[in-house]
Design a protein around this ligand. Structure first.
Ligand SMILES: *[C@@H]1O[C@H](CO)[C@@H](O)[C@H](O)[C@H]1NC(C)=O
Length: 204
């Protein structure tokens, strides 16, 4: 193992966040409105500590939902941090949905226990909605299994063959575990960087 990779491994050791928690709709502050974790233009209405409107409402045009005042503002607002929208697991769905690991054109509705196909107009599921940009497909996101975590496996970055993610937690690895090969490319066979690995980046 090269010294560069060792340094990278030590640095990612300090990471704790999974990115997933921030995708929840949070009414526990006891205020009437709360942020839509995937769209700063929207908000949800809270009925109680753990109850909120089924769908989000949209702020007036040009306004955004402010995290501090919990109202729509046209300037000086602070949006919710980006949450990792793709989940491959109904145990941790994002707003009730999970993606397929192999097919970007479908998603699973965890509440109704059913696969839904995207329409031809918006063919690609981004973890939250079907939309037009293939780049945002959840199938382009790397994913770590429990085995990967237990064995500190490096998984491919489907967008850049010179990079990898180190698995510290199950699910989609976050940016803090995004590593760069000191030389060569990520080698999907040996699950590490090698100088003779071909460049494979299906989502570039
Ligand atoms: C791949 O990632 C590396 C490091 O982050 C970057 O320097 C390089 O430009 C990227 N390559 C492409 C094709 O985007």
């Amino acid at each position: 193992m090269s010294p560069y990779v060792v340094v990278a491994l030590l640095m990612v050791g300090v990471s704790t966040s999974t990115g997933m928690d921030t995708c929840k709709i949070d009414c526990t502050h006891n205020l009437p409105f709360t942020a839509d974790p995937v769209d700063c233009r929207n908000y949800y209405i809270c009925y109680g500590f753990f109850e909120h409107s089924e769908f989000p409402f949209t702020c007036d045009s040009g306004m955004f939902f402010d995290l501090n005042s919990h109202t729509c503002l046209s300037s000086g607002y602070k949006c919710t941090p980006d949450c990792e929208k793709c989940s491959f697991d109904c145990a941790a769905p994002v707003l009730g949905k999970r993606a397929s690991t192999v097919d970007c054109g479908v998603y699973f509705d965890c509440e109704h226990n059913d696969w839904i196909s995207c329409s031809p107009d918006d063919p690609y599921f981004d973890g939250h909605v079907c939309q037009k940009d293939e780049y945002h497909c959840c199938t382009c996101k790397s994913s770590c299994s429990d085995y990967d975590v237990a064995n500190h496996v490096m998984v491919p970055d489907y967008r850049n063959c010179t990079n990898f993610y180190l698995c510290l937690e199950p699910g989609i690895p976050d940016e803090s575990t995004h590593g760069h090969c000191p030389s060569g490319n990520y080698d999907s066979q040996r699950k590490t960087c090698t100088d003779d690995a071909p460049c494979i980046q299906p989502c570039a």
